[in-house]
Design a protein around this ligand. Structure first.
Ligand code: FA5
Length: 341
């Protein structure tokens, strides 16, 4: 028995000496100290078989061995903690430490206004739709009553993709008009916010990539009155104050009659500035009653239904709302500018 105790102690101390990390430490500790199956528990059980006169001595030896092993384990653990690369050390998190707070970003001003507009239109029962930015010649032009020879194509030059079917970066959100009619039929109320592209020189109010919001309402007996009512709701919802507007006749092959809704320039208050090209007015929202040919392209009978459509210059609206005097700032990616919103 005495020999067994010594052997066990020596073996335990040797194994403890070889421990490299806290996982091994845990295993060795269990091997010797587990209450049921630990090596020391087994030894203690054997004490009852030792002769009466020897029992106190053997008991003391077992206790001394136990203490020595415990001490060696404790020493080892403090060494592990001090040593680098230990899992316990690595995983240790000091919750009292002051850490640098994450800087939260925010939505781009165009997204903020898009969300506001979507809410306004949803409250009037409009669906929010999306459409492809890479569009076919058919949906971007042909279906909107703009055949290949039509001079209106010159006002919307864009970036063409070399492909078998004529593909181009959409010049406006209007192609979604026909797509929506084909998909949902009449009656229909939808708005389509989205990015559009044009091959044109940039200046304070023109970019090559900008945002529009298309609107379409089709039902029985829709007239200009419905159009004006919806426009007023939209502008008062966004500007939260009265904004001077004017309607001029405007030509777009996909509406008949067509109008241009201008708002008085909010940057200069109508006096004239580079944004409004010194005119005091800013072209914001072309609109009109949907041309019968477009209704037909969408599979809707123009004798039964009529509708209005508009194409809001969303990026320009953002400029007016926040009094931004150069459109190029919005997509310049300069955080000093963007952080102001
Ligand atoms: C159109 O794009 C028509 N699809 C609008 C429409 C829809 C008319 C439905 C009738 C019915 P226009 O090319 O005028 O129209 O562009 C619409 C608006 O987009 C303009 O009023 C203007 O606010 C904005 N816009 C046009 N070109 C640019 C540009 N280069 N940069 C920024 N905004 C622009």
């Amino acid at each position: 028995m005495e020999l067994n105790i010594k052997k066990l102690k020596d073996q335990a101390l040797k194994e403890i000496d070889g421990i490299k990390n806290s996982e091994e430490w845990e295993n060795i500790k269990n091997k010797y100290f587990s209450r049921k199956s630990g090596e020391l528990a087994k030894l203690l059980k054997d004490i009852k078989d030792v002769a009466d006169d020897l029992r106190p001595k053997v008991g003391t030896m077992v206790n001394e061995a136990k203490e020595e092993i415990e001490n060696a384990l404790e020493d080892k653990m403090s060494k592990i903690k001090k040593g680098s690369g230990d899992k316990l050390e690595r995983d240790f998190i000091d919750v009292t430490l002051n850490i640098e707070k994450y800087k939260l970003g925010h939505l781009h001003p165009v997204t903020q206004i898009t969300n506001e507009l979507e809410d306004i239109f949803k409250s009037m029962g409009f669906m929010i739709l999306d459409g492809p930015e890479l569009e076919s010649d058919y949906y971007n032009f042909e279906s909107l009553n703009i055949p290949t020879w039509h001079p209106a194509r010159d006002t919307q030059d864009t970036f063409y993709i070399e492909a078998k079917d004529k593909l181009l970066m959409r010049t406006h959100t209007s192609p979604v008009q026909v797509r929506a009619m084909q998909k949902y039929g009449a009656p229909l109320r939808c708005v389509v916010p989205g990015r559009v592209f044009r091959n044109e020189a940039t200046d304070a109010s023109h970019d090559h990539t900008f945002y529009q919001l298309e609107g379409l309402m089709i039902d029985k007996d829709i007239s200009i009155t419905n159009l004006i009512a919806v426009m007023k709701e939209l502008l008062s919802g966004i500007f939260k104050r009265e904004v001077k507007v004017r309607l001029r006749p405007g030509y777009f092959p996909f509406v008949e009659p067509g109008f241009e809704l201008d708002i008085q320039c909010l940057i200069c208050g109508g006096k004239g500035c580079p944004v409004c090209k010194q005119s005091g007015w800013l072209e914001l929202l072309p609109c009109g009653l949907v041309h019968p040919n477009v209704l037909k392209a969408g599979g809707i009978d123009p004798k039964k239904y009529s509708g209005f459509a508009f194409g809001l210059g969303l990026t320009r609206l953002v400029m007016m709302k926040y009094k931004i005097d150069d459109i190029r700032l919005l997509q310049g990616g300069d955080l000093r500018f963007l952080n102001q919103f």
